[in-house]
Design a protein around this ligand. Structure first.
Ligand code: SAM
Length: 332
């Protein structure tokens, strides 16, 4: 029977997000507005063997869900090997998921499925070619749409689609995204813009609230809440009142914080544990395992770090300090 990682507020930690790389082939203005920061030396990054080693320990401590992310995780050439190794941790590991910008999926979705991936989340910020290019810095909307189709064909369902909604860019597309969810039977996730951009140019005025997103959808497609008990899920979930396929999820960390039920910790590509998206401190698991710690010392270290998990984020406090690393380094 697996033990359970608990923080000092009694929250059970069951979800681990693992960033596989800081590198990204997109330049989303809300994440990397000034291009890619200098690439960290390869030797600072965790190897796939190290990722496998620490993930096995995390799973033995009660982690049930691992989401691979980045940067763009599919830029890591050994991603299929990593998935294969991690999928050997099932059934103790219940769920192995990936978040990707979708660019590489047309050719590689099937390989991910064969390696053992359970589920996929694909980012898609606009359905209009010019807006997609303006938001992501790359003119590849058609390729991402083909990636979504390839993921479906490969059986990586249910597919989630992430859209960050930013004032003046894509809030007019919210209901169109809902129509896309209905037509393609996907789970659309709308995310509030968070202060995690590398330029530190985030402004509250650019945030389109979860409330507004819900209203915009409701006007065209009335919604009904799916579950009252949300558990540790980041999204509040809705179905369509007319019974159409597809699902809506609204992730509103800025205006409807859900820290009280947080079950997540993160591991960066260079092996740092982050106990909150907005942590200003990191804990080097990499240094621990590379300096010869035994397994039980590593377990003690992880348990100690988890006890220092923050009670909540401080986005809405006057003295909020944005983390120095951007989402591309932290792993979204
Ligand atoms: N490259 C992959 C992708 O595009 O999905 C995975 C990494 S990306 C950092 C993970 C998610 O974080 C994406 O859905 C992205 O839109 C979201 N994200 C990045 N910066 C954000 C911000 N400042 N506010 C809200 N969401 C953000």
């Amino acid at each position: 029977m697996a033990s359970t990682l608990k923080d000092s507020y009694g929250r059970a930690i069951r979800d681990l997000r693992v960033s596989l790389t800081d590198r990204c082939n997109f330049r989303c203005f809300y994440c990397l507005p000034h291009g890619e920061p200098p690439i960290a030396p390869k030797e600072q990054m965790l190897s796939y063997e190290e990722i496998e080693y620490v993930c096995e320990i995390f799973v033995s401590l009660g982690i049930e869900k691992i989401r691979l992310t980045g940067g763009e995780p599919m830029m890591r050439r050994d991603i299929e090997t990593i998935i294969q190794k991690l999928s050997a941790l099932k059934p103790r590991l219940h769920d192995l998921a990936l978040t990707t910008n979708g660019y590489f999926l047309p050719d590689r979705a099937r390989g991910l499925k064969e390696a053992g991936l359970d589920r996929i989340t694909i980012s898609l910020d606009s359905l209009k070619r010019n807006v997609f290019k303006e938001m992501t810095g790359v003119d590849v909307l058609d390729r991402v749409l083909a990636g979504i189709e390839a993921a479906k064909r490969a059986g990586l369902e249910p597919i989630k689609i992430n859209a960050v909604i930013v004032r003046g860019h894509n809030e007019d597309e919210v209901a169109d995204f809902a129509a896309f969810a209905r037509e393609h039977d996907v789970k659309m996730r709308f995310i509030e813009f968070m202060p995690l951009d590398s330029g530190h140019e985030w402004s509250r005025a650019d945030v389109v609230s979860g409330h507004e997103i819900r209203e915009r959808i409701n006007e065209r497609f009335p919604l009904i809440p799916i579950s009252i008990d949300r558990g540790s899920e980041t999204a509040s979930r809705y179905g369509f009142a007319d019974g159409a396929p597809g699902e809506i999820g609204i992730i509103a960390p800025v205006t409807e914080a859900f820290c009280g039920a947080c079950s997540r910790i993160r591991l960066t590509a260079d092996g740092q544990i982050r106990t909150c998206l907005f942590s200003t401190v990191e804990h080097s698991l990499r240094d621990v395992i590379r300096t010869g710690a035994t397994r039980s010392e590593t377990v003690d270290y992880i348990e100690g770090v988890v006890l220092r998990k923050e009670p909540r984020h401080y986005i809405n406090d006057p003295h909020f300090v944005a983390p120095s690393r951007t989402m591309s380094f932290i792993g979204g």
